[in-house]
Design a protein around this ligand. Sequence first.
Ligand code: FES
Ligand code: FES
Length: 161
Amino acid sequence: MRVTLMVNGERREADGVWEGESLLHLLREHLGLPGSKNACEQGECGSCTVYLDGVTCCACLVAAGQAQDAEVVTVEGLAGDDGLHEVQQAFLDAGAVQCGFCTPGLVVAAHDLLSRSPDPADDEVREALAGNLCRCTGYVTILDAVRLAARRTATSSRDPA
Ligand code: FES
Ligand code: FES
């Protein structure tokens, strides 16, 4: 089947999508967007987190056909013409990236949190990121990254959303 959708602000079309295919597979294998990672394919790890019509979801749990005419934003879509988004840059600067498999999902989840709650308490951050598993960092640097992004966003004139 053919699936047509908006991805990162562009209209995209994919042919030859099979009925059981996930949105994650569509993004990675048909549309050339490998940022969203496939770590479990069971909705357990959050590494495939994307926005679907403005709401974060695990792309591995969404059928590609369900994304017909939808608006999807992936980790690639968060960067602007002037470079990485504050959240992306904060993950790098805080040393929150080791193997990097969890990073795209965490970046999208943190972006979503900060767009709703620009100065979250640590408990709020932990709760918002609870669905995103990291096997490497121990989460300390990830919390640091979210705090850093929040501080930078607060002092920046750029809209975090
Ligand atoms: S790959 Fe989707 S939740 Fe793990
Ligand atoms: S950096 Fe390796 S899983 Fe998080």
